[in-house]
Design a binder for this molecule. Structure first.
Ligand code: SAM
Length: 412
C-alpha cells in the first residue's frame, strides 16, 4: 500500500484521507528544527524592528542571547546597534567630541570618529560606547571600505601648515599636511557633503589667499559646490563669543545649495548657564592673583586696577599700547563668555569666574561650550580643559547638523 509522508513532521499514513486530514488540521505540524527556524526568523525580524531604538535594543539583547543559548541557535545580533537615523558621518580630528555630540543630536550617526590623542579617544569612547573610535593619525587610516557609503565627512583639521609651498607641490607632496590629507580622503570616499571647521584666522591668513587655495584644491575634481561662512556661536544659543569658519561642500549632483542656520533672536548669557553647575575639578589662582581679581568688577580687566598696580602688574606692556583686555579679565554674568581657550588661566587669556576669584571649573567650561552635564571628559584636568576649549560648541554643531540633515533629506 502506498505511503503518504508529511513533509513537515515526517509522519507516515497508509490512507490518503488520513494524510489530508493531518495536513488540514487547525494547528499545522512542524518538526523541532522547523519550529526553531520559524522562531529564529520572527526573532530576527523583531531585532531589526527594535534596532531603531538603541535603548530598547540593548534591553532585549541579553534575553535574546539567553534564548539563543537555550535553543542553540545562531541569532545574528548586530555588533553595533544602529540608530534609525538614516544619515552617517565620519569625523577625523574629532577631539573631545563637541562637533560630533552636536551632529548626533541633529540626527546624524557616527560610523567613525578619529583623533590622534589618547585622552580624546577615551572621552569619545566613554560617551559613545557603541561607536567606532579610532586612535591614531588620520593619515594612517584606510578609508577604502567607506567609499560611497558616507553622507558627511567632517573634521576640525588643523591647517597651520597649509603653506603656499606645500600647496604648490599639490596632493602628491609626500610631506603633505593634514588639510591635503583631508582632501585626499574626500576624493576617495566622495561623501554627499563635507564640512571643515576652523579658526576665524583662516579667513585672513595670507591676505585671504589660504582659504581660496584650500577651496581651489578641494574643487580640483569639480565634484562639489563649496561655500564657507564664519559663524559666531553667541548668535546660535551658545553663551560664548566664539567665531569659527565652516567650509561646506555639497556634491554637485545633489544640485541644492547648503543653507547655513539662521541666527537666534535671543542671546544666551552666563547667568543662563552658571547656575546649579554640578561640582567638578578646576584650576586655581595664586593668592596674589586672587587679591588682584578682588579689585576687578564683572566684565572688567586689568584697566580697572589702581594705576600703580596696573603699572606693576603689566610691566613694560603697560606702555606698549593696545587694549590687552584678556589680561586679568573677569567674566560678566550679564554677557556671553569671551572665547574659552585650551587653558583657563594663562596670563594673556584669563577668564575669571564672574562672582568668585577662581578660574571656571571643568563643568562650567563644559556648560559654556553647551555640553550636556552627563558628557564625561577623560584625562588630567589640563587635558579636560583642552578638550573642552578646543571643541565646537555642541549647540552650534547641532544647528549646523540640522541644516545638513535638511539637505540630506532631499536626497532620499
Ligand atoms: C580643534 S580640535 C577638534 C575639536 C573637535 N572638532 C570638537 O568639536 O571637539 C583638533 C584635534 O585634532 C587632533 N589631531 C591633530 N593632528 C591629528 C592627526 N594627524 N590625526 C588625527 N587627529 C589629529 C588633535 O588631537 C585635536 O584633538
Amino acid at each position: 500500500m502506498a505511503k503518504h509522508t508529511c513533509e513537515n513532521c515526517g509522519k507516515e499514513f497508509s490512507q490518503k484521507s488520513h494524510y489530508t486530514n493531518h495536513k488540514n488540521r487547525k494547528n499545522p505540524c512542524v518538526t523541532e528544527s522547523k519550529l526553531k527556524e520559524i522562531i529564529q526568523e520572527v526573532i530576527e525580524e523583531k531585532i531589526q524592528e527594535l534596532s531603531s531604538s538603541i535603548a530598547i535594543a540593548n534591553t532585549f539583547e541579553e534575553p535574546i542571547q539567553k534564548m539563543k543559548m537555550k535553543m542553540k541557535m545562531k541569532i545574528k545580533i548586530p555588533k553595533k546597534i544602529e540608530t534609525n537615523q538614516p544619515f552617517t558621518f565620519i569625523e577625523v580630528c574629532a577631539g573631545g567630541g563637541g562637533l560630533s555630540a552636536g551632529l548626533i543630536k541633529a540626527g546624524l550617526h557616527p560610523i567613525l570618529l578619529n583623533d590622534n590623542n589618547a585622552d580624546c579617544c577615551k572621552t569619545l569612547k566613554k560617551n559613545h560606547p557603541n561607536s567606532n573610535i579610532v586612535l591614531g593619525s588620520m593619515e594612517d587610516i584606510d578609508f577604502t571600505q567607506y567609499i560611497g557609503k558616507v553622507d558627511l565627512l567632517t573634521g576640525g583639521v588643523p591647517c597651520q601648515s597649509f603653506s603656499q609651498a606645500g600647496l604648490r607641490k599639490g596632493l602628491d607632496d609626500p610631506r603633505g599636511n593634514l588639510m591635503l590629507k583631508f582632501i585626499e580622503i574626500l576624493n576617495l570616499i566622495k561623501p554627499k557633503i563635507f564640512m571643515i571647521e576652523n579658526v576665524k584666522g583662516l579667513l585672513t591668513h595670507d591676505d585671504g589667499n589660504t582659504i581660496l587655495r584650500i577651496i581651489e584644491t578641494m574643487n580640483s575634481n569639480n565634484l562639489y559646490n563649496i561655500t564657507y561662512q564664519c559663524l559666531d556661536a553667541s548668535k546660535f544659543d551658545v553663551p560664548q563669543k566664539r567665531e569659527r569658519v565652516f567650509i561646506i561642500g555639497v556634491l554637485k549632483s545633489i544640485n541644492i545649495p547648503f543653507t547655513f542656520p539662521c541666527e537666534s533672536n535671543t542671546k544666551k548669557i552666563l547667568r543662563d548657564v552658571l547656575v546649579d553647575v554640578p561640582p567638578s575639578n578646576g584650576a586655581s589662582y595664586s593668592e596674589e592673583k586672587k587679591n588682584l581679581f578682588r579689585m576687578i568688577p564683572q566684565g572688567g580687566c586689568w584697566v580697572n586696577l589702581p594705576e600703580n598696580i596696573q603699572k606693576e602688574y603689566m610691566g613694560k606692556s603697560y606702555f606698549s599700547g593696545g587694549g590687552k583686555r584678556g589680561i586679568l579679565y573677569r567674566l560678566s554674568m550679564e554677557k556671553p563668555s569671551l572665547t574659552l581657550l585650551c587653558s583657563p588661566s594663562q596670563k594673556q587669556t584669563e577668564r575669571c569666574h564672574p562672582l568668585e576669584e577662581r578660574p571656571l571649573t571643568i563643568r562650567e567650561y563644559a556648560r559654556i561650550q553647551t555640553f550636556d552635564d552627563d558628557y564625561e571628559f577623560i584625562g588630567s584636568i589640563n587635558s579636560q580643559y583642552k578638550q573642552i576649549g578646543n571643541a565646537v560648541p555642541v549647540e552650534l554643531a547641532k544647528k549646523m547638523g540640522l541644516s545638513i540633515v535638511q539637505l540630506l533629506q532631499t536626497t532620499l
